[in-house]
Write a protein that binds this ligand. Structure first.
Ligand code: G
Ligand code: G
Ligand code: MN
Ligand code: NA
Length: 253
């Protein structure tokens, strides 16, 4: 209840910020984009983790204005990086269940792209398996987004209970291997096999693969060997402020 009251005021009090986590092409080692992650810094309670407040925002519907805010903020920021010369930068934004279910989702996304001037192919929306399964007309909606040029990825892939059959029907570009698999590559041979199998399967279906939660060079090398396309994790960078990210990008040239 306390958190809910705080959440109601957080947007107008400008207590949210966005952290960006670089995403890296594992072959070229270049930053190809970033994932936008919401941060809530309450003046008294300090930093509150999204895993604490996003479920409340989702229950109360507050995730709708919050989700719209971060989408716009992230698109604006990515456009800014592009203006600074990082023209191919892509931005990935998490979409919540309530957001995806909105009947006017497509118009809202279109409006934000128009207002921020971001080209659709520089935006990636991250959906989870359960979000897609819980929504009516999910495939049609995804197809409309794809037709606009937006990229779609399946977040936390492998943690849901979905049938593999949907990979055939979902109009998606990328699978994001959940960090619970990456974490155990060298401690659980079953996880290593799963990671390898996911990569092979994705490629056979013409999908790209990004591994989350890469924390060590050994994990990165394993992923390179298995031809994973992209990676993201503490090994490269924690989620960082837009200012820090600009510095990291500048240092890349
Ligand atoms: O950044 P962190 O690892 O603490 O995020 C925890 C969880 O919160 C992750 O599952 C992440 O996907 C989710 N999350 C972070 N930012 C957003 C956001 O802007 N919208 C939604 N819907 N979820 C987010
Ligand atoms: O569910 P989603 O993939 O959106 O969650 C992203 C979350 O994962 C963020 O909260 C981010 O802080 C966290 N994260 C990013 N990289 C790593 C990592 O290398 N290790 C761990 N343990 N968490 C990570
Ligand atoms: Mn995500
Ligand atoms: Na994830």
């Amino acid at each position: 209840m306390k958190l809910e009251i705080g959440l109601r005021k957080a947007l107008e009090r400008e207590e949210f910020t966005v952290a960006y986590q670089p995403q890296i092409n594992v072959i070229s080692n270049e930053i190809i984009g970033s994932e936008a992650l919401l941060r809530w810094n309450h003046p008294e309670w300090g930093l509150i983790s999204p895993s604490e407040f996003i479920p409340i925002a989702e229950e109360t519907g507050l995730i709708l204005p919050i989700g719209e805010w971060i989408l716009k903020e992230a698109c604006l920021q990515n456009k800014e990086w592009q203006k600074q010369g990082f023209e191919d930068m892509r931005i990935a934004v998490n979409i919540s269940s309530r957001q995806f279910k909105q009947s006017d989702l497509i118009d809202r996304v279109k409006k934000i792209l128009k207002e921020t001037g971001l080209a659709p192919h520089h935006l990636e929306l991250e959906l989870t398996e359960s979000i897609i399964q819980d929504s009516k007309h999910a495939v049609e909606k995804m197809q409309q987004l794809k037709d606009m040029g937006i990229h779609l990825s399946i977040d936390d892939f492998g943690t849901g209970y979905s049938s593999l059959n949907y990979l055939k029907t979902f109009p998606i570009h990328t699978l994001k291997i959940d960090r619970s698999f990456t974490r155990n590559i060298f401690t659980d041979s079953k996880d290593a096999s799963l990671v390898e199998t996911i990569i092979t399967m994705a490629h056979n279906l013409n999908l790209k693969v990004i591994a989350e939660g890469v924390e060590t060079i050994e994990q990165l090398q394993f992923l390179q060997q298995k031809q994973c396309n992209e990676a993201q994790g503490y090994y490269f960078s924690h989620p960082i402020s837009a200012e820090l990210m600009s510095g990291v990008l500048g240092g890349r040239a």
